[in-house]
Design a protein around this ligand. Structure first.
Ligand code: GDP
Ligand code: CA
Length: 313
């Protein structure tokens, strides 16, 4: 049994590799919901959707988000009617947002809705939100505080990043499935996917019960670095690190994941390759997932590396 913690694109790629090499009953994917927000009366869960579409093989690989063969009539009409067009909602995607929002309003849990949508898309592996309670990431920038999607999509991560807070995290109850899996004696390893450590994994670790369960967990934990050399494959991870005065690279993961990770799988060009930092062993491999085969290779290597480690934390 393996637990994977994932954000959006980087998380989904490794989660997809893990799902290809593990049967559904041996994998639980717990996903960030700090990016979730309410938009045009809909509750949008970008990272859950990215993971679900990727595992279903329905993701648009070229665009990097959303569903493939998408059309945009709804957005065209929103724009013509003077509505907000900074966050694109495709026609095919829209049905999911509407159904999810309606079921949330009827009092159903995000966990139940997420599992149903994943099943309906043909995904057999369990995908769960980190919490059924709302957690909302607020980015602190040189221009003041911004709701996450205002920073990420509307402002394209341009404002200088100073910090982040996770509204609701302190009182959010953790995903029951995640807590059960972390305490399961059958658990072999926890894999932190190569997601943005600050924006995507930060919210998961901000839920006190999840952080505690990860610290107390008997199984070893490995993080896969999202950095290739000193850059992120995609997105603002390296920019954010530099704005915080931290050199981008696998070593930058040691502090945010302190007390949780035993090892980090880093890229071959990473300056920390082969080092042990604060008891965390850095092992280098090709961490770029070019295709399905690359995802599966990295998934196997992450599991093998984790099970080879003694729990040190
Ligand atoms: P978001 O929620 O869509 O921003 O996605 P994540 O936080 O899950 O993923 C973003 C991170 O994924 C970025 O920092 C990328 O560097 C990383 N990433 C994307 N593709 C790859 C890959 O093939 N290999 C590695 N190591 N990281 C990747
Ligand atoms: Ca995200």
């Amino acid at each position: 049994m393996i637990v994977a913690l994932a954000g959006g694109v980087g998380g989904a790629r490794l989660a997809n590799g893990l799902a290809a090499v593990l049967p559904p009953e041996q994998l639980l994917i717990a996903v960030n919901t700090g990016d979730d927000f309410e938009h045009m009366s809909l509750t949008i869960c970008p990272d859950i959707d990215t993971v679900t579409y990727t595992l279903a093989g329905l993701n648009d690989r070229a665009r990097g988000w959303g569903v493939k063969d998408e059309t945009w009539s709804f957005m065209d009409s929103v724009k013509k009617l003077g509505g907000p067009d900074w966050f694109a909602l495709g026609d095919r995607d829209l049905a999911k947002h509407v159904l999810r929002t309606e079921r949330l309003q009827q009092g159903e849990s995000l966990s139940a809705i997420t599992l149903d949508i994943a099943r309906a898309c043909g995904v057999a592996h369990p995908i769960v939100p980190m919490s059924d309670d709302a957690v909302r990431s607020i980015v602190i920038t040189d221009e003041g505080e911004m709701a996450f999607q205002n920073y990420f999509v509307r402002r394209r991560c341009e404002p200088v990043f100073r910090g982040i807070r996770f509204e609701g995290a302190d009182i959010a109850r953790p995903s029951p499935a995640l807590i059960a899996a972390l305490a399961d004696p059958q658990l072999e390893a926890v894999i932190i996917c190569p997601s943005n450590p600050v924006l995507s994994i930060g919210p998961i670790l901000a839920i006190p019960a999840i952080a505690k369960a990860l610290c107390d967990c008997a199984a070893p934990c490995v993080a896969v670095s999202p950095f290739i050399g000193e850059e992120a494959v995609k997105g603002p991870a390296a920019k954010i690190m530099r704005e915080l005065g931290i050199e981008p690279g696998a070593a930058a993961l040691v502090s945010p994941y302190a007390g949780i990770v035993d090892g980090i799988l880093c890229d071959l060009d990473d300056p920390a390759a082969g080092m042990t930092i604060d008891g965390v062993k850095m092992v280098a491999t090709d961490t770029f997932m070019r295709d399905d085969a690359g995802q599966q290779r990295l998934a196997r290597e992450s599991i093998d590396f984790a099970v080879s480690l003694q729990r040190t934390v």
